[in-house]
Write a protein that binds this ligand. Structure first.
Ligand code: GLU
Length: 452
């Protein structure tokens, strides 16, 4: 047996990972973030080395890629690439969203599936980690084109998923409309009405609060971090990026709790409303984005506030920051500006929106920093509860599900506190806490299974 001193160090581990996964920079970034904490934690725990746990989690169980052929409204034949990355089913069926966006590639989906494995573990529910999607760009497509694309996508995906195998859901570009089309095609192909997808409509097996869960959960995480310091959201100026599902329900909950949301954005730029994007203005954004599929600049026209084309909101002064658009949307220079402008806490609503060096800056400056795998786990947690409801063929009351969400988020916060506590200060390293707490459960299950 190898002596502890003979183990590879993190640099050697990362060099091997880069060699085996050339050019997959997002995947390297996600693995490095976890490995940098886990290597420390396992330094004196021989069994995790012996069983090669991290090496195995960073190698997906399988990746399926397939051609998705569909016809646009003009009758042209179009071809996209579909994927499902099944990262780990150590603690439950593969679980994670589908992303439809032109930026989608294998690196991005491997990073998301890897992150999802730890996030799902943190929820305390029996959920493995997976992710999928396509480089299909839904922007500007008609409902009929979206339907034909979803049907074609599911015509291949259906053979790889199942309620006890792999349960996809939404992510960027995949919302209620797409889940409806995907579920309809799954049902038609298999003749089974099962909980094979989450985020379904309430009429066909969806869960109360699923739509709101990610955003609400992010705010609950922020609330718990602040309350540990005897502070609160009320009266604080908040910066939110994005205007999709996560961003809108983050803004709604912040406003409910007395915070003032002054920014929201989309890929074309951001709006700055210093009076606050209140509940009524948020209704406008939801209608704009969900029903009319318009641009955020229309908000600026409607309410006479500035719109900054091509920019992100990070130079606006704000105390609480909620990056909720997409990965790597906040770089180290943005972090410097936010810190000097008085930011006290960041909770990641999107998956890995802050670049690694930006995270290091926030942590070094003593800013409360909740990484996405902890902060945005509320969405997949309610997906887990949607699966439970489907299995027992019942729908729980909205208050019951909401209460569960609050408890799950609190529990995630406590796990971060337990594993992220610093020996020499009262400061919690939530990044380290989330990585280690998420790792342990998956790792221990893998040890129980032996070398498989
Ligand atoms: N896409 C979401 C996430 O990143 C939700 C996944 C799910 O509900 O399965 O966690």
């Amino acid at each position: 047996m190898m002596a502890i001193s003979d183990h590879v160090n993190i640099d050697q581990f990362m060099a091997g990972l880069r060699r085996r996964n050339p050019g997959e920079t997002e995947f390297h970034q996600a693995v490095y973030e976890v490995a940098s904490n886990v290597f420390d934690f396992i330094s004196n725990k021989e069994i995790y080395h012996e069983m090669q746990i991290l090496r195995r989690i960073a190698e997906p169980d399988r990746i399926v890629t397939f051609r998705v052929c569909w016809q646009d409204d003009q009758g042209n034949i179009r071809v996209n690439r579909g994927y499902r990355v099944q990262n780990s089913n150590a603690i439950g069926p593969y679980k994670g969203g589908l992303r439809f966006d032109s930026s989608v590639n294998q690196s991005i989906l491997k990073f998301l599936a890897f992150e999802q494995t730890f996030k799902n573990s943190l929820t305390g529910l029996p959920l493995g980690g997976g992710k999928g999607g396509s480089d299909f760009n839904p922007k500007g497509k008609s409902d009929n084109e979206i339907m034909r694309f979803c049907q074609s996508f599911m015509t291949e995906l259906f053979r790889h998923i199942g309620d006890d195998i792999d349960v996809p859901a939404g992510d960027i570009g995949v919302g209620a409309r797409e889940i409806g089309y995907l579920f309809g095609q799954y049902k038609r192909l298999t003749n089974r009405f099962s909980g094979v997808l989450t985020g379904k409509g309430l009429e066909f097996g969806g869960s109360p609060i699923r739509k709101e869960a990610t955003g609400y959960g992010v705010v609950y995480m922020m609330e718990d971090m602040l309350s540990r310091r005897a502070d609160h959201i009320e009266g604080k100026t908040c910066l939110v990026s994005g205007s999709g599902n996560v961003a809108t329900y983050t803004a709604e909950k912040v406003t409910d709790l007395g915070g003032i949301v002054v920014t929201m954005s989309d890929s074309s730029g951001f709006v700055y409303d210093k009076d606050g994007i209140d509940a009524e203005k948020l209704e406008f954004i939801i209608d704009l984005k969900v029903n009319r599929r318009g641009r955020i600049s229309e908000y600026a026209e409607e309410y006479g506030v500035p719109f900054y084309a091509g920019e992100r909101p990070w130079r606006v002064p704000g105390e609480l920051v909620f990056p909720s658009a997409t990965q790597n949307e906040l770089n180290p220079a943005d972090a410097d500006i936010l810190i000097s402008n008085g930011c006290i806490a960041v909770a990641e609503g999107a998956n890995m929106p802050v670049e690694q060096k930006g995270v290091e800056k926030f942590v070094a400056a003593g800013i409360l920093f909740a990484p996405s795998k902890a902060a945005n786990a509320g969405g997949v947690a309610i997906s887990g509860l949607e699966m439970s409801q489907n299995s027992i063929r019942r729908t729980w009351d909205v208050n019951e599900v909401h209460q569960s969400l609050r408890e799950i988020m609190h529990n995630i916060h406590e796990q971060c506190v337990e594993y992220g506590a610093q020996a020499d200060s009262d400061h919690i390293d939530y990044v380290k806490g989330a990585n280690i707490a998420g790792f342990i459960k998956v790792a221990n299950a893998m040890i129980a299974y032996g070398a498989v």
